[in-house]
Design a protein around this ligand. Structure first.
Ligand SMILES: CC(C)(COP(=O)(O)OP(=O)(O)OC[C@H]1O[C@@H](n2cnc3c(N)ncnc32)[C@H](O)[C@@H]1OP(=O)(O)O)[C@@H](O)C(=O)NCCC(=O)NCCS
Length: 191
């Protein structure tokens, strides 16, 4: 039998010019495979210090369209990624800004772009597990309970060596209407 070539699936790339606090313009766009090592360099120190989860270059290349970078003068100065759990819930992960670029508004801009990307992919909720709680709250996330996200717990928390002394907070962004208080059983746990 003659093998038919499989149809090429084209994922639209994300591209968004943003203006930072001081009026500087940067571009937030889909990452390129050639940028994988530049991206890893942005958070390798955090990984070494046990503050961020490592990401393998192989896995990054395979899911490169789920990574966004901030580019200025041809350099990659920030990154963020989405990890998809199912057809409505994804996690914002690996947010990092180059140390010398922090405080310019890039972190907030990258979170906003990742939320937009999640919306374009048809997601309903974006999860983040972070210590930068105020930053995420400022971006519209609200605190939740990790126990509400068994997908995350089973995949990443159970094998994590820091699971018994985890100081990260679960936050969620609703792309459509958040559940009413009644729907969370009054204690924040979804019922
Ligand atoms: C967290 C990080 C991405 C923030 O990037 P940034 O570009 O400095 O953030 P912004 O400039 O957009 O900050 C926006 C506001 O959030 C605040 N903020 C920044 N980082 C924060 C943090 N870790 N915790 C709480 N608030 C924070 C800033 O003070 C700023 O407030 P201001 O406008 O009143 O000055 C950056 O510090 C970083 O890469 N840290 C190392 C990796 C990391 O911790 N990633 C997050 C894991 S989820």
């Amino acid at each position: 039998m003659i093998q038919q070539p499989s149809p090429t699936v084209t994922v639209p790339t994300f591209q968004k010019p943003v203006t930072l606090k001081q009026g500087d313009a940067v571009l937030i766009r889909t990452a390129r495979i050639s940028e994988v090592e530049d991206i890893r360099a942005l958070f390798e120190e955090e990984v070494r210090a046990g503050r961020m989860l490592p990401r393998s270059p192989h896995e990054m290349r395979a899911h490169i369209n789920d990574w966004l970078v901030a580019e200025e003068d041809g350099a990659v100065i920030g990154c963020v990624s989405l990890v998809f759990f199912n057809d409505e819930l994804c996690e914002l992960r690996s947010l990092a800004v180059a140390p010398e670029q922090q405080g310019r508004g890039l972190g907030l801009a990258l979170i906003g772009a990742a939320v937009e990307l999640a919306r374009l992919r048809g997601m309903r909720r974006v999860l983040s597990l972070t210590r930068a709680v105020e930053l995420f709250e400022r971006a519209g996330f609200r605190r939740d309970f990790l126990a509400n996200f068994p997908q995350k717990v089973w995949r990443d928390c159970r094998p994590c060596p820091l699971r018994h002394r985890c100081d990260e907070v679960a936050l969620i962004y609703y792309l459509d209407n958040p559940p009413s208080t009644a729907a969370t059983g009054g204690n924040g746990k979804h019922v």
